[in-house]
Design a protein around this ligand. Structure first.
Ligand SMILES: Cc1ncc(COP(=O)(O)O)c(C=O)c1O
Length: 360
């Protein structure tokens, strides 16, 4: 007799994260490696976070505050919601998992986009849900297509705005129209991991206000991107109080460690760092667009800290060739890669190496 695993795991594969810098150094025997593969903040994090972590390190033997009370208070003031409308998680990645466990039962239909954050489909399948995939349109979420995909069995919809990996966004007008047409018993998870980088005026800037009208809306955010705390694993969710109460039944009691809580609290109070990160990203995006234009490479308009670009060669091949030269990016699909926007130096090195690899 051999051990067996849940049927739902059969066609799942482990998540493939961006390749670690040290792996590439070892594999190719090189010492200078740049990673533009995981949409991290190239400026690091606010120095205030480091100070806060040093202080919090005095209490490593003590369990963290499982309710993240101080952080919830600070977030609630900033976002104008009650602390009871907020849940913290070990990255928003964990919250995707928690939400799947909170809402998805066997055979529930779950609507999601084709090229988007991969945890939506894996957690859906893990719970025995049936993914209903709506292809992107011009690399952008097709909300009308998602409305057409609704059925009596639809339980939940995963939205990512702006989207990873394509960087594209849908407008406030489209979101409002969509929410007004989704039945009130269908959960809409709205992942805003990259919202702080958006430059477009048409983006739904006040999504949190929509919680007053839509009890079925759940908003996900993270400290991993513009706040530069990816390694600490901390994200936050805003929803109605009943949703948060049920999330609390599912999540582990101490899912966010005390260093992460302290750093996140400090991060919220350093607006200057966020502004600098936003500006660096905006300038980097402009530079990369210009270089892609000169090279005649097509790309999707990005509202994030990464660009989805057609390198007109097999993406995996370009990924390997760049890696040999000390540059880690992400192959996504066919001839499309995703590159995170780095510092100006990193971006220039990326372009130099890309030209070499593409013989341009
Ligand atoms: C759209 C989106 N959602 C969620 C996450 C998860 O982020 P984290 O778990 O680091 O908060 C990511 C990470 O890349 C992402 O791109």
């Amino acid at each position: 007799m051999s051990i067996t695993f849940r049927e739902e795991l059969k066609d799942l594969t482990p998540y493939q994260p961006g390749k670690p810098i040290d792996d590439v150094k070892r594999e190719y025997g090189i010492s200078d490696v740049i990673k533009l593969a995981s949409n991290e903040n190239p400026l690091g994090c606010s120095p205030k976070c480091i100070e806060a972590i040093k202080k919090a390190a005095d209490s490593l033997a003590i369990y963290p505050d499982g309710n993240c009370t101080l952080l919830k208070e600070s977030l609630s003031k900033k976002l104008n919601v009650t602390p009871k409308q907020i849940a913290l998680s070990s990255g928003s990645d964990e919250m995707v998992d928690i939400l799947a466990k909170t809402f998805i039962s066997k055979d529930d239909e779950v609507i999601l986009s084709s090229v988007t954050f991969p945890r939506y489909i894996s957690t859906t399948k893990m719970m025995g849900g049936k993914p209903v995939i709506v292809p992107l349109e011009k690399w952008t979420y097709n909300l009308d297509g998602m409305l057409k995909a609704l059925s009596d069995d639809t339980k939940l919809i995963w939205l990512c705005n702006p989207n990873n990996p394509t960087g594209t966004m849908f407008t406030e007008e489209k979101l409002l129209n969509f929410l007004s047409k989704v039945p009130k018993d269908v959960i809409v998870v709205y992942d805003e991991a990259y919202n702080e980088y958006v430059t477009s005026d048409e983006y739904p800037k006040n999504s949190i206000e929509l919680l007053k009208k839509y009890d079925n809306l759940i908003i996900l955010r993270t400290f991993s991107k513009i706040y530069g705390l990816a390694s600490l694993r901390i994200g936050y969710t805003i929803a109605n109080e009943e949703v948060i109460q049920n999330i609390d039944k599912v999540r582990a009691a101490f899912n966010v460690n005390s260093l992460a809580q302290a750093a996140a609290l400090a991060a919220l109070n350093d607006e200057e760092f966020i502004k600098k990160s936003y500006e660096t990203n905006k300038e980097g995006k402009k530079y990369l667009y210009e270089e892609f234009n000169k090279l005649g490479l097509e790309y999707a308009q990005s509202e994030t800290n990464h660009i989805f670009v057609n390198v007109e060669k097999d993406a995996n091949e370009v990924y390997v060739e760049l890696q040999k030269r000390g540059m880690i990016i992400r192959p996504i699909i066919d001839t499309w890669i995703r590159v995170s926007i780095g510092t100006s130096e990193q971006n220039a090195i990326f372009i130099k190496l890309l030209k070499e690899v593409l013989n341009k």
